[in-house]
Write a protein that binds this ligand. Structure first.
Ligand SMILES: NC(=O)C1=CN([C@@H]2O[C@H](COP(=O)(O)OP(=O)(O)OC[C@H]3O[C@@H](n4cnc5c(N)ncnc54)[C@H](O)[C@@H]3O)[C@@H](O)[C@H]2O)C=CC1
Ligand SMILES: CC(C)CC(=O)C(=O)O
Ligand SMILES: [Mg+2]
Length: 349
C-alpha cells in the first residue's frame, strides 16, 4: 500500500500491441528497484483485444470489483486494429478511468540532458500537464441519427461540470504552488467554446485568488501548440480539459524526447479507488512485436506509480536511471528488451 507498509498489491494490464512488450520491461525494472523487504504481489489481467474476441467482453462488473482490491494499476496500452475503433478505448480504458474517478491525468514533460529534440538548440523543457480525466467530450454524451446515410447527424457533447472543473483546477494550482516557478497556464478555447470555456475561465480565476503566489495566464489551445514548439520554456504547469490535454501531451512528448519516453498517471487523489499508471502512447500496431518500442515511458510511469504509493527514493532512482540511459544511448538503436535490461541494472546499483 505505501512505503511504510512495505507491500504493493499491483494489478498489471499489458493490453494490446506494444503494451505487452513495454509492461514486461516495466515490471523488470520495478522488481529490480524495490528493496528486498518490500513484498510485491502482481496479478495480470488479460483485458484488450484477445479477451474481447474470446468473450465479447471489455470490462465486467466483476473485473471492476477485482481491480478495486489493488493498490495501483500498471497499464500498457489498449486498442487493436482487429477491433472496431472505440470499442476497447471506450469500453475498457475510458470506462475504467471514469469508474475509478481518475480525474487528474498527470503528464510530465521534461527534456532530459543529451536527449534529442526536433526543436532548435536544447531548450529548457520542464512542465506538467494536468489534464481533466473524467469529463469533456470523452464521456460518450452524443449520438447519431440517420446513421450511414448522406443525411447522418452526429453529436459528441462536451460535459463540463463546476464540480469537475474546480477539483482539477485546484489540483493544478496546488501542484504549481509546490514547484519553484509557481506558474499555471489555463489552456482552452474560450473564444469559441463559450459555455465550457467560460466555466473553466471563471473557476480558474476564482480559485487563483486562493493561490496569490502562483502566476497565471491563459492561452487558447491552438496558440498553445505554437508555443509548445517555439517557446516550451514558458510552461510550468498547464491545466486543461480531457480532449485538449490528450492532444497537447502527444505534442509535448514529441518535443521533449519522443512519445517513447512520455509517462502518465490517471490519479484518484482521494485514493478511494486505485490510480492507474500508463505510458502516454497507445498500442502502436505499426511496430508491435518487433522489439522496437521504447519502454522508457512505461518505466517512468512505474516511477510515478511508486511516488504515488510513497516510494520516493525508488521513484527518483528510476528517473535517474532513465535519464542516464538516454544520455548514454544517444542515437544508438536498441531493442525494447535491451533498454529494459539496462534500466534494471542501473536501478539496482
Ligand atoms: N492509453 C491507451 O491505451 C491508448 C491507446 N491508444 C490506441 O492505440 C492504438 C494506436 O494508436 P495510435 O494513434 O497509432 O497511437 P500510438 O501512440 O500507438 O502510436 C503513434 C506513433 O508513435 C509510435 N510509438 C508509440 N509508442 C512508442 C514507443 N514506446 N516507442 C517508439 N515508438 C512509439 C508508433 O509507432 C506510432 O508511429 C489505437 O487503437 C488507439 O486507440 C492510443 C493512445 C492511448
Ligand atoms: C485512446 C484514448 C481513449 C486515450 C488517449 O489517447 C490518451 O489518454 O492519451
Ligand atoms: Mg492520447
Amino acid at each position: 500500500m505505501s512505503a511504510s507498509s512495505r507491500s504493493i498489491n499491483l494489478a498489471v494490464i499489458p493490453g494490446d500491441g506494444i503494451g505487452q512488450e513495454v509492461v514486461a520491461q516495466g515490471l523488470k525494472v520495478l522488481n529490480a528497484v524495490l528493496p528486498q523487504d518490500v513484498k510485491l504481489e502482481t496479478k495480470e489481467f488479460d483485458f484488450g483485444a484477445k479477451r474481447y474476441h474470446a468473450t465479447g467482453e471489455t470490462l465486467t462488473d466483476a473485473d471492476v470489483e477485482e481491480l478495486k482490491q489493488h493498490d495501483a494499476i500498471l497499464l500498457g496500452a489498449i486498442g487493436d486494429p482487429s477491433v472496431p475503433s472505440g470499442v476497447l478505448e471506450r469500453g475498457f480504458l475510458l470506462k475504467l478511468r471514469f469508474l475509478f474517478d481518475h480525474h487528474v491525468n498527470l503528464r510530465p514533460s521534461k527534456l532530459l540532458p543529451g536527449v534529442a529534440t526536433p526543436l532548435k538548440g536544447q531548450p529548457e523543457i520542464d512542465f506538467i500537464v494536468v489534464r481533466e480525466g473524467t469529463e469533456g467530450p470523452y464521456t460518450g454524451n452524443g449520438g447519431s441519427i440517420r446513421t450511414g446515410t448522406p443525411h447522418e447527424v452526429a453529436t459528441e457533447v462536451s460535459v463540463n461540470t463546476a464540480f469537475g472543473v474546480e477539483r482539477v483546477v485546484r489540483d493544478a494550482f496546488a501542484r504549481a504552488q509546490a514547484r519553484p516557478r509557481k506558474k499555471l497556464t489555463l489552456v482552452h478555447k474560450n473564444n469559441v467554446l463559450a459555455y465550457a470555456g467560460h466555466l473553466w475561465t471563471n473557476v480558474f480565476n476564482r480559485v487563483a485568488k486562493e493561490f496569490p503566489e502562483v502566476t497565471t495566464d491563459y492561452i487558447h489551445v491552438d496558440a498553445a501548440t505554437i508555443y509548445l514548439v517555439t517557446d516550451p520554456g514558458r510552461f510550468d504547469v498547464i491545466v486543461t480539459d480531457n480532449l485538449f490535454g490528450d492532444i497537447i501531451t502527444d505534442l509535448a512528448a514529441a518535443v521533449s524526447g519522443g512519445i517513447g519516453v512520455a509517462a502518465s498517471g490517471n490519479i484518484n487523489p482521494s485514493r478511494e479507488f486505485p490510480s492507474m499508471f500508463e505510458p502516454v502512447h497507445g498500442s502502436a500496431p505499426d511496430i508491435a512485436g518487433q522489439g522496437k518500442a521504447d519502454p522508457s515511458a512505461t518505466v517512468l510511469s512505474v516511477g510515478l506509480l511508486l511516488r504515488h504509493l510513497g516510494f520516493e527514493a525508488e521513484a527518483a532512482r528510476i528517473e535517474d536511471a532513465v535519464s542516464a540511459d538516454l544520455a548514454e544511448r544517444g542515437e544508438t538503436v536498441r531493442t525494447t528488451e535491451q533498454i529494459g535490461d539496462a534500466l534494471a541494472v542501473r536501478v539496482a546499483r
